[in-house]
Ligand binder design. Structure first.
Ligand SMILES: [Zn+2]
Length: 459
């Protein structure tokens, strides 16, 4: 154990560098033996995508690294900002006309267009949790709506009202003239329309949580912002959450550099210490565009898992978080093969090399022994040569390369053959047999994938 700890203290692998920031934050451990809190955030404004998933996975890697460095308890919070107002209806959603009637209402109060959950947010939350659970992550799911409604944020909400001018002093210089005129750190929930209101707000009584504002549907009104009567504007909300939940660590995308700067200032005003963390680069689609929930571009988690083992996705997410990375079907075979190469190397490596090996983190320090005699690339070639989806026939081909391999003794190879068949069928066969490969073929494949995804979305 101490050998591992010594090596982890020196390792340059990024999860250890991040975890050592937490050690530096609490040189004597967190006061009272309290658990270190690592948070990830996500907005359930659309179906969860890989960008959401990767943040939880990467934070899990940091948490595991921390466990190898110190015997401290820790918690991982997956926070869903379901009090956010619905700004627009994403494409591919069923019942768009129904959803349009709920624009600006908190996502947790918009009905589920699929009809299977209590709300629009609950539906998307459930999907995210399903993905996280598939990876057996140990996390606490926390919904913003519950924290607000149950009064978990009340103390900090009064704190925000008490420091109103200082918070305005941070925010106003960052805003354009028009926005400045109506900006308020507090967004009241209209008792008339249920909408999250962006209106000027006057503090009446900070201790009682009382504010006054002009409700477009109900006129001038005095209302308590406690227990669900309001939510906070994004950057203030983030800072308040750090203070209320005692967050020690939170990473975020490069698109949030400004948010972190301002939220950190506000957290200090609230008497809290901003968490440690770093900015990861964004995932791009095959055309180099940032993937986003509203555009629905880029790979989905389901799509990756249809063509490759789940560990290969965690492996791809592990690597180079500070480099912009493409997320498209084309990268899957290489990721699968590199994953297996690292997996095969791990048992024979010295401890310092093991800690730098991605599979050490993907498998929480205990990678399985897998005998994978053939690469995914070679399997794809075999499928092409055999020109068949008969699995027995493929095993016969495989045995020419790996005479000892059999379905009973090599289940991982068996699974990879299934993936190779699916990948070949959906991405290579058309290009190979029906038309010359090129832009047209790629576009056709692409639109077919979209069609498949749309069909799934409608289910
Ligand atoms: Zn649902």
């Amino acid at each position: 154990m101490s050998e591992l700890r010594d090596a982890a203290m020196k390792s340059k692998a990024w999860p250890y560098e991040e975890a050592r920031k937490i050690l530096k934050r609490w040189p004597e451990g967190k006061p009272g033996g309290e658990a270190v809190v690592l948070q990830t955030g996500y907005g359930p404004s659309g179906l969860p995508h890989l960008g959401t998933f990767q943040e939880v996975a990467r934070t899990q890697f940091v948490r595991h690294a921390l466990a190898e460095l110190a015997d401290w308890p820790s918690r991982l919070i997956a926070f869903s900002d379901d009090m956010d107002g619905m700004r627009k209806v994403p494409p591919n959603m069923p019942h768009p006309e129904m959803l349009h009637q709920h624009i600006d209402q908190p996502l947790c109060r918009v009905p589920d267009p699929y009809g299977c959950h209590d709300s629009y947010a609950a539906h998307n939350n459930a999907l995210l949790r399903e993905f996280l659970d598939r990876y057996e992550f140990d996390y606490e799911f926390v919904a913003s709506s519950e924290c607000y409604a149950l009064g978990r944020f009340d103390e900090q909400l009064c704190n925000v009202l008490a420091h109103w001018d200082a918070i305005m002093g941070v925010m106003l210089p960052t805003l354009g003239e028009e926005r400045r005129a109506t900006y308020s750190p507090v967004l009241p929930i209209s008792p008339a329309s249920g909408k999250v209101l962006q209106v000027p707000v006057e503090v009446i009584d900070a201790d009682a949580g009382l504010v006054r504002f002009d409700d477009p549907d109900a006129g001038p009104i005095e209302q308590s912002i406690l227990s669900g009567g309001a939510k906070l504007q994004w950057k203030v909300d983030w800072a308040m959450r750090w203070a209320a939940l005692g967050v020690d660590y939170e990473m975020s995308g490069k698109d949030l550099i400004d948010s972190v700067t301002q939220s950190s200032k506000i957290a200090r005003i609230l008497g809290a210490r901003p968490p440690e963390g770093f900015h990861y680069e964004m995932f791009l689609d095959e055309e180099g565009q940032k993937i986003s929930k509203s555009k629905g571009n880029g790979l989905t988690i389901d799509e990756w898992l249809a063509y490759a083992p789940r560990e290969s996705l965690a492996f791809y997410i592990y690597r180079d978080p500070r480099a912009a990375k493409q997320l498209s079907f084309a990268i899957i075979p290489k990721a699968v093969d590199e994953y297996h190469q690292f997996l095969a190397a791990w048992p024979g490596q010295a401890i310092d090399k093991r800690l730098g090996n991605p599979v050490h983190h993907v498998h929480a320090g205990d990678p399985p022994r897998v005998d994978m005699p053939l690469s995914f690339a070679l399997l794809l070639n075999l499928v092409a040569v055999a020109s068949t989806d008969d699995k027995d026939l493929l095993w016969a081909f495989v045995k020419r390369y790996a005479p000892d391999a059999a379905p009973e003794t090599h289940p991982e190879l068996g699974a990879l053959i299934d993936f190779a068949l699916a990948y070949f069928r959906d991405f290579i066969a058309d290009a190979l047999y029906r038309r010359a490969p090129g832009a047209r073929g790629r576009r056709a494949t692409r639109s077919r994938c979209r069609a498949r995804r749309d069909a799934r979305g409608r289910r």
